[in-house]
Design a protein around this ligand. Structure first.
Ligand code: C5P
Length: 304
């Protein structure tokens, strides 16, 4: 038997960050959107034992992804198996199109996809509530990767609530060949903003803009509190955002902790034009994706 599950990359339309909590995590007000740039995870039990394999798009550095117990998918399998008191058996294949360490929650997408795939493979019938709790244990962005769509994230980002979204939002993405470390960007945020409020900035106006479906309105309200820290560590990102806006993007934004930069466009045609312009400026990898798309869901297999 085998089952294939697809999970999407996320961008943060609003990432409000507060001063670190006692446990070291930062309180967030995050508006997540799942976009059509996806990893697929296939789980099969054709042979016994545990095995993890990886296939990546040709522009992704496969060496940056661990295929041992350090992979979040292996941790996802162990937690789900422990929850049900069973052995963590299965062959997993990750087919990766989401950039690694890119601020797009690609690892979280893989973890969410693995949870859904193994739940089906093992016929474990985990409740949604338990799946979300296991996801939260794996990482702050993993519950959203299960949910998809457009959603509000609070706590450290793991408490997710779906939001009304009237738009089809078109994005141009420029990944970077060199990833960034999320903890390092958060540490740099603390250094730059030692007086940050313990309460993260709210997202009410942006949430209303998402519900309106109006891209110019949303563009004005996009916000990422980690952007200054990411650009301070990687000044090239600031130049890239300027380039995208010069070429006509409604707004450019660093995605999450970076380094991927995303540019909001008015329409599919506008996104394709902007992507072409950025490629002519010498950016090798430029992607177009729209949102919001579904969270982790089964797309194939012979799972019955
Ligand atoms: O939850 P996750 O494992 O994705 O977090 C990775 C790292 O990012 C954490 O160890 C922490 O350094 C930082 N982080 C944070 N506050 C959050 C989420 C992540 O400081 N809300």
């Amino acid at each position: 038997m085998n089952v294939t599950v697809r999970a999407a990359a996320k961008i943060n339309l609003h990432l409000g960050v507060g001063a670190p909590r006692g446990d070291g995590f930062h309180p967030l007000t995050s508006v997540y959107q799942a976009i059509g740039l996806c990893d697929d995870v296939t789980a099969s039990d054709d042979e016994s034992g545990w095995d993890l394999r990886l296939q990546v798009s040709d522009w992704i550095d496969a060496g940056a992804v661990p295929v041992d117990s350090g992979n979040i998918v292996t941790r996802a399998a162990s937690l789900l198996a422990r929850h049900h008191g069973i052995a963590s058996d299965g062959h997993l294949l990750i087919e990766k199109a989401i950039p690694v360490a890119g601020g797009l929650a690609g690892g979280s997408a893989d973890a969410a996809a693995a949870l859904v795939a193994l739940d089906r493979l093992w016929d474990a019938q985990t409740s949604d509530e338990d799946l979300l709790a296991i996801a939260a244990e794996l990482g702050s962005d993993v519950p959203f990767a299960l949910l998809g769509g457009t959603a509000l994230g609070t706590g450290r980002g793991e408490l997710v609530t779906p939001l009304a979204d009237a738009g089809t939002w078109w994005w141009v993405l420029v990944p970077s060949l060199e990833g960034m470390s999320t903890p390092e960007v958060y540490r740099h945020f603390d250094k730059l903003f030692p007086d940050a409020s313990p309460t993260p900035p709210p997202a009410d106006e942006l949430i209303a803009a998402v519900a309106s479906g109006e891209p110019h309105r949303l563009a004005r309200l996009l916000r990422n509190d980690l952007q200054a820290a990411a650009i301070d560590l990687r000044p090239d990102l600031g130049l890239l955002l300027d380039e995208g806006e010069e070429e006509g993007a409604l707004r450019g934004l660093v995605s999450g902790s970076g380094p991927t930069c995303v540019f909001l466009c008015e329409s599919a045609d506008h996104a394709r034009d902007l992507a072409g312009a950025l490629m002519r400026r010498g950016h090798g990898i430029v992607l177009v994706a729209n949102g919001a798309v579904a969270g982790a869901h089964i797309v194939g297999g012979n799972h019955g």
